[in-house]
Design a protein around this ligand. Structure first.
Ligand SMILES: C[S@@+](CC[C@H](N)C(=O)[O-])C[C@H]1O[C@@H](n2cnc3c(N)ncnc32)[C@H](O)[C@@H]1O
Length: 479
């Protein structure tokens, strides 16, 4: 019988050699383990935590390992990170249990002879992590958790994000808590603040350099805490089935508390839940979607009866939202290059009672049906830098050299969509990136190529205010 820690280690091993999102890997593997619901939650916490905090865990482990970390066997490195994560970030696991249980995993991975090594390193980590906390960062202070405090109103002082003119944003002022270490382990922040951000918040160095230069110390620190906090579960109440308030009452009847969010269909659950166990799941009363993503279909504002092209549709979150806004009338041509992911669009449509969607497998998007369409959505593949919290592996996968390729692809897809809408038609371009080069700069580039193309509106979702980060622009093709 496998234990939660052993299952977490197995999933971590698989995550190294796999393209998809870790959330999907967890979903696929957890059901097979026979673990209790509580243990499954623990596995999720361990896997997400180790991946999200990898940079910080490596900084903690490094002083106690006498060789370069990339010379340590990957399975042992995963076990060390798993142990260090429990010691430094899980207060409900006693340190001695974290060390002992992790050392025992040596047998599970066929490395019984490495028990002494695991034990020696993890005991030193346990001695280094104290039980004291502070509000101040430092080489001996590990960023531990975000502490949301009072809600303030205004725009982000250190951010170059903009909100639509005249809009007031609610901004939770986030103060972080740091866990004191018995000795300095992180870079000195006066000498190398970007190094501190990279090691303390587990960002690749290039991203820490980029965001420190762009946002400044305070906002970069706020983003650091936000992107390491476990993300909230947001639901979009299905307009085809009922109203948000009615669904909230259904949740309350099951003692499930939910807050309303900034989008009129959004609800945030105040505690973690298995989505499939929520009331009305099988009947399609809701979809899981962040309110920043909900803003995109709303920005397109499709009328019932329109013919709409969704050029990058899988897994169908925004396609189905468009269908709801169209009262399930008209037609949505939902294209994607990935057949397996396109299947999930059809599955989601069935669950939500959406019947006006036609999935179409394309080779590269330029072969999408010709139209003309009344409107199109380009929810483009991107670096995902606005959703680093929800997709913990993304920060380690994206490379600075990829931006050029992504920008070319995004531009190509936006031109393809504009080609296919009728004169005077609407195109919404969106990403879950917060990099201007993938957002407003793509739009600017395309506008240079199409005379008379207008930007009717655009919006940035700022990470943590209150949900994921992202961007959308609503464009009007000349008539
Ligand atoms: C950001 S995701 C779309 C998410 C989706 N709109 C939703 O809300 O659920 C981007 C999608 O674009 C697809 N994609 C990547 N390159 C593409 C291309 N050249 N043409 C069409 N789709 C593409 C990917 O397979 C991926 O499913």
């Amino acid at each position: 019988m496998t234990t939660a820690r052993a299952a977490a280690l197995d999933i971590l091993a698989r995550s190294h050699s796999r393209e998809g999102f870790v959330a999907e890997l967890l979903d696929e593997n957890l059901t097979r383990t026979g673990l209790s619901a509580q243990d499954r939650r623990f596995v999720t916490q361990l896997v997400f935590g180790v991946i999200r905090r990898r940079g910080t865990l490596d900084a903690l482990l490094k002083p106690f390992i006498q060789r370069p970390l990339n010379n340590v066997e990957p399975a042992l490195m995963d076990a060390l990170r798993l142990g260090a994560f429990q010691i430094a970030f899980l207060t409900h696991v006693p340190k001695h249990a974290a060390v002992h249980e992790t050392v025992e995993l040596a047998n599970h991975i066929g490395r019984g002879q490495a028990k002494g090594f695991l034990n020696g390193v993890l005991r030193r980590v346990a001695e280094t992590v104290t039980d004291e906390y502070t509000d101040a960062p430092g080489a001996d202070a590990l960023p531990f958790e975000a502490v949301p405090s009072s809600v303030t109103v205004g725009s982000a002082a250190h951010s170059d994000f903009s909100t639509p003119a005249g809009e007031i944003t609610e901004r939770p002022a986030v103060v972080g808590r740091y866990r004191k270490l018995a000795r300095p382990v992180l870079p000195n922040l006066e000498e190398d603040f970007a190094g501190y951000l990279a090691a303390g918040f587990s960002w690749p160095r290039w991203l820490a350099d980029r965001w420190l230069a762009r946002f400044g110390r305070d906002e970069a620190t706020r983003l650091g805490f936000w992107f390491n906090a476990p993300p909230s579960l947001w639901l979009r109440v299905n307009k085809l089935k009922g109203e948000r308030e009615d669904y909230r009452v259904q949740l309350a009847a099951r003692n499930i508390d939910a807050d309303t969010g900034p989008h009129p269909q959004s609800l945030r659950l105040l505690e973690g839940h298995s989505v499939r166990d929520l009331p009305g799941y099988a009947d399609g009363e809701f979809a899981v979607q962040d309110p920043s993503a909900m803003a995109v279909a709303t920005a397109l504002n499709p009328a019932p009866g329109w013919r709409v092209l969704d050029l990058c549709a899988a897994p169908g979150g925004k396609t189905t939202h468009l269908a709801e806004l169209m009262h399930n009338r008209g037609r949505i041509v939902a294209c994607d290059i990935e057949a397996k992911r396109l299947d999930t669009v059809a599955t989601l449509c069935r669950r939500l009672g959406v019947s006006n969607v036609e999935p179409v497998l394309v080779k590269d998007g330029t072969d999408a049906p010709a139209g003309p369409f009344d409107a199109a959505l380009v929810d483009a593949p991107c670096s995902n830098t606005g959703v680093l919290g929800r997709r913990p592996e993304v920060r380690w996968r994206v490379q600075p050299g990829e931006f050029e390729y992504l920008i070319r692809l995004q531009t190509k897809l936006l031109f393809a969509a504009l080609d296919r809408v009728k004169p005077g038609g609407v195109v919404v371009y969106s990403t879950c990136s917060i990099e201007p080069d993938e957002n407003e700069n793509v739009v600017k580039g395309v506008r240079r190529g199409i005379k008379g193309l207008k930007v009717e509106a655009e919006g940035y979702a700022i990470p943590g205010k209150p949900a994921d980060g992202g961007y959308w622009a609503r464009l009007r093709k000349p008539g």
